[in-house]
Design a protein around this ligand. Structure first.
Ligand SMILES: [Zn+2]
Length: 120
């Protein structure tokens, strides 16, 4: 599962940040930003996180996944918009000029740690 390797990377980041706070520090919460085009499913991330932190130093840490919607800039008129259509696709009609193709993705690809709560 793709999400398992993402969570493995996340746990490495959590460990590294926590270790800056010395022995006894623990991670109580972590927030991920997950773009609509990031190829990571929030539910799968949550499941992998629950399984991979069980009975570890991170047991009980709370995971929040913020979903970042896809944002496109129209290739014809430059209008920025979030397509309503599902599944998410860069082929979507521009609400201003109706152009279907050639849009540029301006947001939605990201996947990163937005916030870590560490208790010393
Ligand atoms: Zn347009």
């Amino acid at each position: 599962m793709h999400e398992a390797s993402l969570v493995a990377s996340l746990l490495a980041i959590m460990r590294e940040e926590r270790d800056k706070y010395g022995p006894g520090a623990r991670v109580s919460a972590v927030t991920l930003c997950c773009g609509a085009l990031s190829n990571a499913l929030p539910e799968a991330l949550a499941t992998a996180f629950a399984v991979m932190t069980r009975d570890t130093e991170f047991a009980g840490a709370e995971l929040t996944v913020d979903e970042e919607p896809l944002r496109l800039a129209c290739g014809a008129c430059g209008e920025e918009f979030s397509p309503e259509a599902f599944p998410v696709s860069p082929v979507a009609p521009c609400p201003r000029c109706g152009e279907d193709f050639g849009h540029r993705v301006t947001a939605g690809r990201e996947l990163y740690v937005r916030r870590l709560t560490i208790e010393p």
